[in-house]
Write a protein that binds this ligand. Structure first.
Ligand code: ADP
Ligand code: ZN
Length: 225
């Protein structure tokens, strides 16, 4: 079977600043499946001032997690009622707790479960450095950095939106999110390992190098190679 005709059901784990967002966009193009980022969806909901957005804003600004039942409902809708995920999906930012992972198992059970879960590994001192310099397009969510800015001022190369520092990329909120990651999300790595789904990928190096590793891991796991 040709690579592009076959979809993929993937969860991407990795702490803040590991490069999850960047890699998910590339992998989503490679396998032609949607990139479902709960952070991007929630930021869009806040901007559009929807009911979910109004619920989410305070949690997000403080660097706290939304209640599981709120985010599970959002993801369940995307996966089962939005008609975009028949070929599969890449989940970025979900699940983040063991109860969310349990809910996801139920949500995807009738389509054969997940193909794999990738843990993108980058050490804490390096993510701290990356997060301090991170900038993002308010309209399309493309990531930039102080080291790799857009071509023309702080205007997005893709959509012309403003490129800014995220409201939750303050030093204090970053610390809180990293602590939360160790406490709530790191246990998921063990949970998925026990489920036989986990593949760890080294997240150091250039974006291209990491993409090659990620695609290699997926193809190996799904018997494409
Ligand atoms: P980061 O990975 O940098 O923490 P995200 O963009 O993934 O940021 O998410 C931003 C915020 O959105 C989180 O800090 C949290 O408040 C909320 N959020 C996103 N995904 C989830 C989730 N699965 N469960 C609970 N809250 C979430
Ligand atoms: Zn943009």
């Amino acid at each position: 079977m040709g690579g592009v005709t076959q979809g993929i059901r993937l969860v991407m784990l990795g702490r803040q600043g590991a490069g999850k967002g960047t890699q998910c966009v590339r992998v989503s193009r490679h396998y032609v499946v949607p990139h479902i980022s709960t952070g991007d969806m929630l930021r869009a909901a806040v901007k559009a001032d929807t009911e979910v957005g109004r619920k989410a804003k305070g949690f997000m600004d403080r660097g706290e997690l939304l209640p599981d039942e709120v985010i599970v409902e959002v993801v369940d809708f995307q996966l089962n009622h939005s008609n975009t995920t028949h070929r599969g999906f890449i989940l970025d930012g979900f699940p983040r707790t063991v109860p969310q992972a349990e809910a996801l198992s139920g949500i995807v059970a009738d389509r054969g479960g997940l193909d794999l879960v990738i843990d993108l590994e980058v050490p804490i001192p390096i993510v701290l450095e990356r997060l301090a310099g991170r900038r993002v397009c308010v309209d399309c969510g493309t990531n930039y950095s102080v080291q790799e800015p857009p071509k023309n001022g702080w205007v997005c190369d893709h959509c012309g939106g403003d490129v800014v520092q995220r409201a939750d990329d303050t030093e204090e909120a970053i610390k809180r999110r990293l602590d939360l990651y160790e406490r709530e999300t790191a246990p998921l790595i063990e949970w998925y390992e026990k489920a036989g789904l986990l593949v760890s990928v080294d997240g150091l190096g250039t974006a291209d190098e990491v993409t090659e590793r990620v695609v290699g891991a997926i193809d190996e796991r799904t018997g494409r190679r």
